[in-house]
Design a protein around this ligand. Structure first.
Ligand code: NOJ
Length: 742
């Protein structure tokens, strides 16, 4: 049996190699037939005319340029009808090289899934992979070959609007999610009709923009880059990611797009990445505004030299590369290498065999927004909700309530549930595509429960005219549910905010409703951690519902009435005030740590605020309670080639089935460089029935103890470690010390 398996494996890899050779041979022979203009054309990507995801350049010649073989890829052309039309133009070109269609399929396609930050709150890697899988199935059925996702930028600053698009602040969780998303998008292999190429972005360190202001500079040590920001990219690469996107920001003074160190030395050098790198929208041209390149030509030179293969919307390559070659400033080999990387992917996708293979209208009709996909979206949405507070068991609500008042600017919203980076839906009949929170609640309650509605106020602005109606409505109800937060366009690209308090007069609305004395449940819809201290301190029950997508209304209703027991945990720290930002749980130990929360004077603290966050990383409640006990370590002294088996008992001591995300943190107590106060190194999401107990096991190995020293070596240093098992980064239930002896 073993022999056959080995034999089979050998044969499979032989055929895979043979096939790869064939693709390489095909690429080489095609390359030989290409003029320099056609080669450069492959490196050129334009947006379609109907929608723009960046500052648009009007170019009336696009269609003629496609026919002339001067464009290799388009973005923002979706649907089999349009992708077919454009592909037909490419088929009129001399060499008939098919176009690649790229799109920001960030959280679902026509079936919208929760925003990535919300999905990260599920800590459920299978669910996250499945969400990407469904997105790929729908997008590929709609003519798309390539998604500009996952975004794997670590986000430690909630002012930065793009935290909504990533997996939060933690590197370990980020690597796991990056891997899951790439697997989901790419499926079994590229070339399967239901797979799309992933594009890991933004390489690199975009999330560390100074002040949380989008597109701003990044200044960071090489050690921080390697330890905190690069691992999710590496994990995505290891999962087989076909492409990378570079980023708008400069890193230590060199724009990422023209950054040779990042793209050539690390990505294509040390990591041996064989796919291609696309620039971000206009980022080659933006090197002129950065003051790094004196004109578009020198920007083209820097980008291609640094390893940027495809130019998205800058027109820098199209008009300058040929001249640069002619002048002997760049070798044709550099262009050939970029072209080969792109052509290889087109062959792998099977586009040379059939350029229309992703343009099947029947498949498109069958796949988009179908009941099966919506069912998955509902499951993922439920798992993404985080229960922040639940005093006096306000939740779950009884199904026998006579009157519920559903109040707030989000209640009857459709689009707000989709969030930023959702693929456009036809503006008419949104209700076909999205379950509003109002509809979700109506689907849930029986005939004996009366639902009342008042808007109360807008999301922003200072108008309180609607308060009176909201109060009258609240007074008639047994329970008030208040749905507030950010509109879909308040977090996302170019949506940095200096003030992340609940916008407008919404918190005043909470205060007014609370004054009625009615039990109040607050739903906070948002693309980022917000500050809402009064609500957090006074409302008895709070669910953080992010932007949950197509099935938002049903998912929220399931959680409100206990048909699903919330299991989400925060993937980002929630600050008390903007002044604490950047705030993240795995900060370094300082020389003057405050002895406690209130310690002041010559310690590392604020004189006007605690250091601790409002809600910590990893935090989230359940309708049941979990008990942690009986921590055992197989050894408390190990050599670096040995492991420690860690185990403990997790018990559901409440009354209902629930899921707990158990988190394993480590602290390296002394290091040759200062170490974080604690770091997530493993986790499991465990489902237990009421009264059930389970032994949970983890393994600690050298990898978990390692870090980058100041020579950038990945090493585990002998010494003392603390192991912590917690329900969040601030709720450590079990602890033990151990030692690494060599
Ligand atoms: C700019 C964004 O930064 C990037 O993430 C996106 O993929 C492109 N625009 C294309 O829309």
């Amino acid at each position: 049996m073993k022999k056959i398996t080995t034999m089979t494996l050998l044969m499979v890899s032989f055929f895979a190699m043979a096939q790869q050779e064939t693709i390489d041979q095909k690429v080489n022979s095609l390359l030989k037939r290409m003029t320099i203009e056609e080669k450069i054309g492959q490196l050129n990507q334009y947006t379609g005319d109907n929608s723009a995801t960046g500052p648009i350049n009007i170019n009336p010649n696009k269609q003629a340029e496609i026919k002339a073989g001067l464009i290799g890829s388009m973005l923002n052309i979706i649907g089999t009808k349009y992708t077919r039309q454009y592909q037909e133009l490419a088929m009129q070109s001399r060499l008939k090289i098919p176009l690649l269609f790229g799109q920001d399929v960030i959280h679902g396609y026509k079936t919208t899934f929760p925003i990535p930050l919300a999905e990260a709150a599920s800590w459920d890697l299978e669910a996250i992979e499945l969400s990407a899988r469904v997105a790929a199935i729908e997008a590929s059925a709609s003519g798309i070959h390539w998604t500009f996702a996952p975004m794997v930028d670590i986000g430690r600053d909630p002012r930065w609007g793009r935290v909504m698009e990533g997996a939060g602040e933690d590197t370990y969780l980020g690597t796991k999610i990056a891997h899951a998303r790439v697997k989901g998008f790419q499926g079994n292999k590229l070339g399967d009709l239901n797979s799309v190429m992933a594009c890991v972005k933004h390489f690199a360190a975009y999330g560390a923009a100074i002040g949380g202001r989008d597109y701003n500079s990044v200044d960071m040590s090489e050690r921080m880059l390697w330890e905190t920001y690069l691992p999710p990219f590496k994990a995505a690469l290891d999962a087989g990611a076909a492409t990378f996107m570079n980023s708008f920001n400069d890193v230590n003074g060199i724009p990422a797009t023209g950054n040779k160190h990042l793209q050539r030395d690390i990505l294509k050098g040390k990591w041996n990445f064989q796919g291609f790198v696309v620039s971000d929208w206009g980022s080659i041209g933006e090197m002129v505004a950065h003051g790094y390149s004196k004109d578009l030509k020198s920007a083209a030179f820097s980008a291609i030299t640094a390893g940027s293969d495809m130019d998205m919307e800058s027109n820098a390559y199209r008009y300058n590369l040929a001249e640069l070659v002619k002048e002997g400033k760049i070798a044709i080999d550099l262009i050939d290498d970029a072209v080969k990387r792109i052509l290889r992917k087109k062959f792998e996708l099977g586009l040379f065999d059939d350029p229309y293979r992703y343009s099947d209208t029947k498949r498109e009709e069958k796949e988009l927004n179908n009941p099966e996909n919506r069912k998955t979206a509902l499951e993922v949405a439920k798992k993404s909700i985080v229960l922040l507070k639940n005093e006096n068991e306000t939740l779950p609500l009884s199904k026998n309530l006579k009157t519920i008042a559903f109040i707030g600017p989000m209640v009857k919203e459709y689009k707000a549930n989709m969030g930023f980076w959702a693929v456009d839906l036809p503006e008419v009949n949104y209700d076909k595509w999205i379950v509003s929170q109002w509809d979700g609640l109506q689907n849930k309650v029986g005939k004996n429960t009366k639902l009342l509605y008042a808007k109360g106020c807008e999301v922003d602005g200072d108008n309180k005219d609607g308060f009176a109606e909201a109060l009258t409505t609240a007074k008639q109800a047994d329970v008030v549910i208040l749905s507030i937060g950010e509109r879909h366009d308040m977090s996302g690209e170019a949506k940095s905010r200096s003030d992340i308090h609940l916008p407008g007069v919404q918190e005043d609305l909470v205060k007014a409703i609370m004054a009625t004395g009615k039990p109040v449940v607050v739903l906070i819809n948002s693309g980022r951690p917000l500050v809402f201290n009064w609500t957090a301190d006074n409302a008895p029950a709070i669910l953080y519902t992010w932007w949950l997508g197509t099935e938002a209304g049903n998912a929220i209703a399931d959680v409100l009435f206990g048909d699903y027991n919330p299991s989400g945990k925060l993937p980002m720290t929630f600050p008390r005030e903007v002044g604490q930002i950047p705030i993240y749980y795995n900060h370094f130990s300082t020389g003057r740590p405050p002895a406690d929360e209130n310690a002041k004077g010559y310690v590392s603290s604020y004189i006007d605020l605690k250091n601790s966050p409002k809600f910590p990383f990893g935090y989230g409640l359940s309708y049941t309670k979990f008990d942690y006990s009986g921590l055992k370590l197989s050894s408390t002294k190990i050599k670096s080639n040995e492991n420690i088996k860690v185990s403990f008992q997790l018990s559901n001591i409440g009354k209902v089935t629930g899921e707990e995300v158990v988190q394993l943190y480590l602290q390296d107590k002394f290091g040759s460089v200062v170490r974080p106060v604690l770091e997530l190194k493993d986790f499991q999401k465990v489902k237990l029935d009421a009264g059930e107990s389970k032994t949970i096991a983890f393994t600690i190995d050298k990898e978990k103890l390692s870090f980058y020293n100041n020579k950038l070596e990945w090493i585990a240093e002998p010494g003392d470690f603390e192991l912590m098992i917690g329900a969040s980064s601030a709720d450590i239930k079990l602890k033990a010390d151990f030692e690494l002896v060599d």
